[in-house]
Write a protein that binds this ligand. Structure first.
Ligand code: NAD
Length: 495
């Protein structure tokens, strides 16, 4: 594969992205003038060089967030809602720029990046609507003597830490509800894909967000940012999306100040195909649930549990569809599968595949890295995967689908639940009663019935077990950024 030369449009777009830290409404360089490079995973070329925030910069960002908190909390909900609504309009107007930027820094095919912009901008619109509907309650105490008033208040300055895989979505899912609730923020994007957050923060400022409400500290040292902030009493919350091991560490660090935490962590989604599924629909669904974002998604179908009577046909059709996909740089319109994020990610995926093959699995298609520049991996379907293979036990985060079989509904439920994770799950069957029965028994925060895309701004995105705590989206999303205050009211005259 030849290394493509960036087009003029790409260069102009990269040039327009702010490369500093956003602190108190100003873009500035790092206190030690340090920088880090952002790479194109399809070519390995440097796309941009950004200021790399230090611990001192992190504290300066919290100073700005703290200074803005009181007036932002007092700002009328309608005003906060209108900032979000304008941001939705601006992101939608600049959808092509956001999509191209995500493709350049993350690798996903452009068509997919466009879909992410449309869908993820929805969090801005949804929370602009929720801002003015954050209801409290007023009621009489059961014995009838007093009144109970319950109101919601912004939790206060928040630290938001996002992963590299959905650069726009992960930012909007946190920033929009925090803005809606009246919180100020310090956002730390992943160092592998910070450019989209930089452009998004610039867009939020253009939409009228006051200085200091959103501060952005991209950095090559994640713990250099989180460490001092989690020790600072002015910080009131940490909202993290990323891997379970890092989430656990942050929860431990957040415990010192008893901080509110939202943890959106890893997944290991089962994709269960029952014998009565519409098989072609199940294959179509499997392609989307597996291949969105090249498999680099917390919701990615990771374990294909297929009834033994249809496993052979399912695997054959699935492997044919996977084997026909075009791999390439995401900017090429013919590309359906982009590169993995870096060489380490590709090595990890290949180690899991090799171990599964050694344990007796068979590659129905793919099975190895693609030669050339960039971190490409062949779309892979593995059949006859033993139930105790490591590949079924952890996130694959790549375009690899292990297929294993079951005989009974009970066995499918047991296999699905045999994971420390509990984020997304997918069930394919024509029998609605069965779907409901299985949903009752599987331990997952989200379940798709014959549906391969379940995330939606209007629904609570959530995991159980080691997939996390907290909800993003839906009417639940704003509650992550508010505290509840109860006021007990007695008539001063004792009437
Ligand atoms: P990661 O945990 O390595 O990093 C996530 C973020 O945490 C990044 O910004 C990173 O710089 C930062 N970080 C890393 N170490 C840190 C530390 N010691 N202190 C403070 N911050 C630190 O995860 P990743 O590789 O960026 O993302 C992939 C993971 O994210 C997968 O496990 C995936 O399932 C998960 N994820 C979950 C959801 C969800 O909603 N549940 C969504 C997307 C991704």
């Amino acid at each position: 594969m030849l290394i493509p030369v960036p087009t003029l449009t790409e260069l102009e777009l990269l040039d327009s992205v702010p490369n500093g830290l956003l602190i108190g409404g100003q873009w500035r360089e790092a206190s030690d003038r340090g920088t880090f490079d952002v790479h194109d995973p399809a070519t390995g070329q440097v796309l941009a060089t950004l200021a790399s925030a230090t611990s001192e910069d992190a504290i300066a960002a919290l100073d700005a967030a703290d200074a803005a908190q009181a007036s932002w909390a007092r700002t009328a909900p309608r005003t906060r809602a209108e900032v979000l609504r304008r941001a939705f309009d601006l992101v939608t107007e600049r959808a092509e720029d956001f999509a191209l930027l995500m493709t350049l820094e993350m690798g996903k095919p452009l068509a997919e990046a466009r879909g992410e912009v449309t869908y993820r901008a929805e969090f801005l619109r949804w929370f602009s609507e929720e801002t003015v509907r954050d209801y409290g309650r007023y009621l009489t105490t059961p014995e009838g003597k007093n009144k109970i008033l319950v109101q919601h208040k912004p939790v206060g300055p928040c630290l938001l830490i996002t992963p590299w895989n959905f650069p726009l979505a992960m930012a909007t899912r946190k920033v929009a509800p925090a803005v809606a609730a009246g919180c100020t923020m310090v956002l730390k994007p992943a160092k592998l894909t910070p450019l989209t957050s930089q452009l998004f923060a610039q867009t939020m400022m253009e939409a009228g967000l006051p200085a200091g409400v959103l501060n952005v500290v991209s950095s090559s040292s994640a713990s250099g940012i989180s460490g001092p902030l989690l020790k600072d009493s002015r910080l009131r919350k940490v909202s993290f999306t990323g891997s379970t091991p890092v989430g656990k560490r942050l929860m431990a660090d957040a415990s010192h100040k008893v901080l509110r935490t939202s943890m959106e962590l890893g997944g290991n989604a089962p994709f269960i195909v029952f014998e009565d599924a519409v098989l072609d629909k199940a294959v179509e669904g499997a392609m989307v649930a597996k291949m969105r974002n090249m498999g680099e998604a917390c919701t990615a179908a990771n374990r294909f549990l297929v009834h033994e009577s249809v496993a052979q046909e399912f695997t054959r059709k699935f492997a044919a569809a996977m084997g026909a996909l075009n791999t390439g740089r995401g900017t090429d319109p013919a590309t359906q599968v982009g590169p993995l994020i870096d060489g380490g990610a590709r090595d990890d995926v290949h180690a899991l595949v090799s171990a599964a093959l050694d344990a007796g699995a068979v590659a129905a298609t793919g099975g190895g890295p693609v030669d050339g520049p960039g971190y490409f991996y062949q779309p892979t379907v593995l059949a006859n995967v033993p139930n105790d293979a490591a590949i079924l036990d952890q996130e694959i985060f790549g375009p690899v689908a292990p297929v294993t079989t079951f005989r009974t509904e009970e066995e499918a439920i047991r296999l699905a639940n045999a994971s420390e994770y509990g984020l997304a799950s997918y069930l394919y069957s024509r029998d609605f009663n069965r779907l409901l029965r299985v949903a009752e028994q599987i331990e997952f925060g989200m379940v798709g019935f014959n549906a391969s895309v379940i995330s939606n701004a209007a629904a609570p995105f959530c995991g159980v077990k080691q997939s996390g705590l907290g909800r993003e989206g839906g009417s639940e999303g704003i509650a992550e950024y508010t505290t509840t205050q109860y006021i007990g009211i007695t008539d001063p005259y004792g009437r």
